[in-house]
Ligand binder design. Structure first.
Ligand code: GLN
Length: 279
């Protein structure tokens, strides 16, 4: 079978399984199967595929047909300027989260040698994107999940920043190490009752990274509590929040001695990020 016929077949299986991005996904999975980039696929539609590669492609299509996210199937995701290794133990980096990078970089434009803490580091996409831009910053990442720390370690090596990064397995309540100029976090913030409805979209990702408890705010509260102890005076806290959590989170922050500097909207115009300062 040639590449074009295989692509068509893959696409039609995905369409039958209600995958909206069927054409694009079939191409991405083909490039994974034959280990070539997308340009090669487009320029070689009439080329025969090796039997082994075709079998691999069919398997990838079957996974996608079950709605497994593309990033988990090909085990990588672009975020900011870099490519991060991901698997089913970490939240897949979202484009909306890039707002945290953009705003953090503005805050630290003229700063040197800052100590940064990422609470719930996951794949490492937030902290590592910042460490890549700011060559003399030192990072600390904590996560409750050992398996996610394995992925962040792999990413730190791939991005050549492992010498400026310490990783700890810890839940937030038990972590008491260091004082930080800047704390960043994208904690789990989805209401328990909403998780079920979102099953189709996010059911393949780790619940631990998404479940914000009964009101969606239980982990954010813990992050703010602990940050107020670990942050230096005048240090910044940069938080990702749910689209409807701005007012509640502002109140929690104020009660813990933070001054709200600014809030930012994501690509869909939803409140997504709060920058505050410890006073
Ligand atoms: N933004 C993610 C989503 O909507 C949730 C991330 C989180 O809970 N921190 O799927």
């Amino acid at each position: 079978m040639d590449i074009q016929s295989a692509l068509k077949k893959g696409q039609s299986i995905l369409i039958d399984n209600n995958i909206i991005s069927a054409k694009l996904d079939s191409e991405i999975l083909m490039s994974q199967a034959v280990r070539k980039n997308k340009e090669f696929i487009i320029l070689n539609l009439n080329k025969e595929i090796k039997k082994k590669d075709l079998e691999y492609f069919d398997n990838l299509i079957q996974e996608r047909a079950k709605s497994r996210p593309i990033a988990q199937i090909i085990k990588k995701k672009d975020f900011w300027k870099y490519e991060f290794v991901v698997n089913n133990n970490v939240l897949i980096p979202r484009p909306d989260t890039e707002i945290l990078i953009e705003q953090t970089l503005k805050l630290v434009k003229n700063k040197n040698r800052l100590q940064i803490l990422d609470i719930g580091i996951g794949s490492g996409c937030i902290l590592m994107s910042i460490l890549k831009e700011k060559k003399n910053f030192i990072g600390t990442g904590i996560d409750i999940s050992n398996k996610s720390l394995q992925i962040s370690k792999v990413n730190s090596q791939k991005l050549k920043i492992s010498n400026r990064l310490r990783l700890f397995k810890s839940n937030i309540d038990n972590f008491n190490t260091g004082k930080y100029d800047l704390i960043i976090s994208n904690p789990p913030y989805i209401k328990k009752s909403d998780l079920k409805c979102l099953e189709k979209d996010i059911g393949f990702e780790p619940k631990q990274a998404l479940d914000g408890g009964f009101d969606g705010l239980s982990e954010i509260r813990k992050v703010i509590n602990k940050s107020s102890e670990l942050i230096k005076k005048n240090g910044h806290l940069v938080l990702e929040i749910g689209f409807d959590q701005k007012y509640e989170v502002k109140n929690i922050l104020r009660n813990k001695g933070f001054y709200i500097k600014k809030t930012f909207k994501d690509l869909s115009n939803h409140d997504r990020c709060i920058v505050s300062i410890k006073i």
